[in-house]
Design a protein around this ligand. Structure first.
Ligand SMILES: Cc1cc2nc3c(=O)[nH]c(=O)nc-3n(C[C@H](O)[C@H](O)[C@H](O)COP(=O)(O)O)c2cc1C
Length: 168
């Protein structure tokens, strides 16, 4: 497998903790952790396999640091790149917008030519609505530290097993 770039905000507390778990789940494989608070857009070109970590904020929106970075990424051609998205959200507190940011990010990168990998089944989640759902499944991995923290490690293990097959 080619090296993997894992992009997230190091200052985003829960997301940063989860990124560490995802990193460890790849064990022997080469995963580079990249802070989106400081990253230059060229960094995204260094990888054919990318993982993006994003919590949902503001009732179904991206956090500011991703919202500010995306315009710079508009110019990048992501075709031939495989991108997996994990997201943090709260299915009880924000049931109508559960992990919307996963869907927003997946759509953005897909429109830039990327192949989105790491889809995940809906079973075990309970929510009203989510932009992360497409064709009866999530387009990435939703994690809920508020309500289902004890399921997180198992979900990450399963997801990483899918990714090991889907990354190039
Ligand atoms: C003001 C606020 C708005 C939020 N909006 C949403 C939301 O729309 N959808 C959702 O699934 N979670 C929402 N959440 C929950 C966060 O995504 C969740 O707490 C996440 O774990 C935060 O991760 P972070 O610490 O890495 O930012 C919101 C939380 C706060 C405090």
């Amino acid at each position: 497998m080619e090296k993997i770039g894992l992009f997230y905000s190091f200052a985003s507390k829960k997301t940063a903790k989860i990124a560490g778990v995802v990193h460890n789940a790849f064990s022997g494989n080469d995963v580079q952790l990249i802070n989106v608070d400081e990253v230059k857009k060229e960094k995204f070109l260094e990888f054919d396999n990318l993982i993006v970590g994003v919590p949902t904020w503001f009732d179904g929106e991206l956090p500011n640091y991703w919202d500010e970075l995306l315009p710079a990424l508009e110019e990048i051609d992501f075709s031939n790149k495989r991108i997996a998205v994990f997201g943090l959200g709260d299915q009880k507190g924000y049931s109508e917008n559960f992990c919307d940011a996963i869907g927003i990010m997946a759509t953005f990168f897909e429109e830039k030519g990327a192949l989105i990998v790491g889809k995940f089944p809906l079973e075990g989640y309970n929510f009203e609505g989510s932009k992360a759902v497409r064709n009866g499944q999530f387009v990435g991995l939703p994690l809920d530290q508020e309500n289902q923290a004890r399921l997180t490690n198992g979900r990450i293990e399963h997801w990483v097993e899918y990714l090991k097959k889907e990354f190039i």
